[in-house]
Unconditional design. Structure first.
Lengths: 404, 192
């Protein structure tokens, strides 16, 4: 992901920002205000019977119980009839649509680019009651409800900075699923927000974000050979998809190994030793051998001797990495930068792999056959997590099948 | 509420679950103690999601009053905190949605501190810029980042607070962080 030109987004910075926002104490009078408000708010009780405890005369009590029960019977019958006649159809978005989707191809989005537009690959997150358009600048969140078996209505709750639409704008869309429910096509019927209609219209591919069923999977979005090719893999119980696009695919065990994950990266180079700028190191080749040799020379890194590997028909080498104990990285919290990676088209977004003091990693460097390297980076924040995760990760990696 | 009052009511041997049960039976003194014990943490959660004191105060108050109203229906007193957290996060969502445009929240009444000035350390400027980027995020993304990075809650607790499956917490967190990174870049572009 491209970063703010000056600010490196780190866990520590996020924590500091949130701690600053949170302040230290609640206003002094807030407890009094809450208790006062509660004093005028009746509690909702589950049972009616305790209300009758104070009645002393049994006959009167039984008469009252009878009257209450009769009244209850009437209310229940009326409610049942009313509910039946006025029953709302389900308005929840169908489960089959509830997923994280990525646009097939790019979308033209209002933004700060030339002519006030930018072209990006976008994501939408569909929940039972909302559709979140993960816009480049600001998410456009829409409430959503099903209005017919093949169509939903959306209403803007938040709006993107560069969009010319208003909160409350309503749109009506039909949807259809193909390719075993892995491809979604949205067609605008009407939409008060023109930009939203332009973005949503067309095909969307289902991501594997979230829990994965044990068994074989296809990485629909990932292209292991520079914009082309396909990856299939198998996972046991407990694995989840963490991220996916055309040049990155991430898997992990969220409940077991915390922050540990593995990332497949198809457009990778040795990273220049710059804290603020993500660019390739000069004069370093992109073959597995060249990149492994370069890693060995990075100050502060401990790199194991390369081990020959073959994964999914691709040959290469694997190296384990850690940081020299007590080493102070020049760039602070992110640690020592190793590899830079980009989208398949070298534009739009970029990011870097890095190791900090306690982290462990294994890089599997596979020969793409075109002079460049497909990297599988298995990363864990500490040694204990590393041991737990690597044992789980290697069998998954051994299941990888690459096709060109 | 004075500390003396708390000491008088929160007797040794009684647990917080006892207080919850008492409050559920309509004991306003017990409820007051529960609020007193949790007010700071709840307010900080709301303030970090919403970004300003006024909205955080409204959301916190709304959440606690809802808790009081619904307490008799809480089946398990031991789950009080998870339940409160969920109600509070929902109250924050509601605050943001009432406001309509997320962007306006950070700007409301806040001085422009985009330039930290020559006398301030760089980090202060960074948190300001990041704070404005954070204000661009959707409510659920803000909530999951706060629960993880500020309150260091477990996967199970975050799942409970946001009413999402445990297995999806990690990737939602990853999504939220990626969205924050995009918003941070947008802040940089807006300032050019």
């Amino acid at each position: 992901m491209t970063r703010h030109p000056r600010i490196e987004l780190t866990d520590e910075l996020i924590e500091r920002m949130l701690a600053t926002r949170a302040g230290s104490r609640a206003p002094e009078d807030i407890v009094e205000a809450i208790v006062s408000a509660a004093a005028t708010t009746p509690q909702r009780r589950r049972h009616l019977v305790p209300a009758l405890h104070g009645i002393a005369r049994p006959r009167t009590a039984w008469l009252m119980i009878g009257a209450v029960l009769a009244l209850l019977g009437i209310i229940i019958a009326a409610t049942a009839v009313g509910s039946y006649l006025l029953r709302p159809r389900t308005t929840l978005i169908p489960v089959v649509l509830q997923a994280d989707w990525r646009s097939v191809g790019t979308r033209v989005v209002p933004g700060p680019g030339p002519g006030g537009i930018n072209t990006y690959s976008l994501g939408i997150l569909i929940d039972p009651t909302s559709i979140d358009i993960q816009n480049f600048h600001t998410d456009v969140v829409n409430s959503a409800r099903l209005v017919a078996p093949d169509r939903f209505e959306i209403r803007a709750i938040t709006m993107g900075d560069f969009w010319h639409c208003a909160v409350g704008d309503v749109g009506l869309y039909t949807f259809s699923l193909t390719a075993g429910d892995r491809q979604l096509t949205l067609t605008p019927v009407s939409d008060a927000c023109v930009e939203r209609a332009i973005v949503l219209a067309g095909d969307w591919s289902r991501t594997d974000f979230g829990d994965l069923q044990p068994g074989r999977h296809d990485a629909d979005l990932f292209r292991p050979f520079g914009g082309t090719g396909h990856l299939a893999y198998a996972v046991p119980v407990g694995w989840a998809g963490l991220d996916a696009n055309d040049s990155l695919y991430a898997l992990g065990r969220p409940d077991v190994s915390g922050q540990a994950e593995m990332r497949l990266l198809s457009n990778v180079s040795a990273s220049a030793a710059s804290c603020n700028e993500n660019r390739s190191a000069d004069g370093v080749g992109r073959t597995p051998a060249a990149m492994a040799a370069w890693l060995k020379a990075v100050p502060g890194l401990i790199v194991s001797p390369p081990t020959a590997v073959t994964i999914g028909g691709l040959s290469g080498v694997a190296v384990d990495l850690s940081v020299v104990p007590g080493w102070t990285p020049t760039c602070g919290a992110p640690g020592i930068y190793t590899f830079s990676f980009w989208g398949s088209d070298n534009g739009g977004w970029s990011n870097r792999l890095a190791l900090n003091g306690s982290a462990r990693a294994r890089y599997v460097l596979l020969d793409r056959g075109d002079g460049s390297t497909l990297v599988i980076a298995i990363e864990a924040p500490d040694l204990a997590t590393w041991h737990a995760f690597i044992a789980e990760a290697m069998p998954v990696i051994q299941s990888f099948e690459f096709t060109r | 509420v004075a500390p003396v009052a708390i000491a008088a009511e929160f007797q040794p041997g009684s647990t917080e679950a006892d207080l919850v049960r008492r409050a559920a039976r309509g004991d306003s003194a017990a409820f007051e103690i529960l609020v007193t014990i949790r007010a700071d943490r709840a307010f900080r959660l709301a303030r970090s999601i919403l970004g300003n004191e006024s909205d955080a105060r409204d959301a916190t108050q709304e959440a606690f009053v809802a808790v009081w109203r619904e307490l008799p229906r809480l089946r398990d007193a031991e789950h009080f905190d998870a339940w409160l957290r969920r109600i509070l996060v929902n109250a924050c969502r509601a605050q943001i949605r009432v406001r309509g445009r997320i962007r306006e929240i950070a700007m409301d009444g806040a001085p422009d501190r985009s330039d930290p000035g020559p006398g301030l350390p760089d980090q202060i400027g960074d948190t300001d810029v990041l704070g404005r980027a954070f204000d661009r995020l959707a409510p659920d993304k803000r909530a999951i980042l706060v629960l993880h990075y500020l309150q260091h809650e477990s996967v199970a607790t975050i799942a409970g607070a946001l009413a999402i499956p445990k297995g999806t917490v990690k990737w939602r967190l990853s999504e939220a962080r990626a969205a924050l990174e995009r918003a941070l870049l947008a802040e940089g572009e807006d300032r050019r």
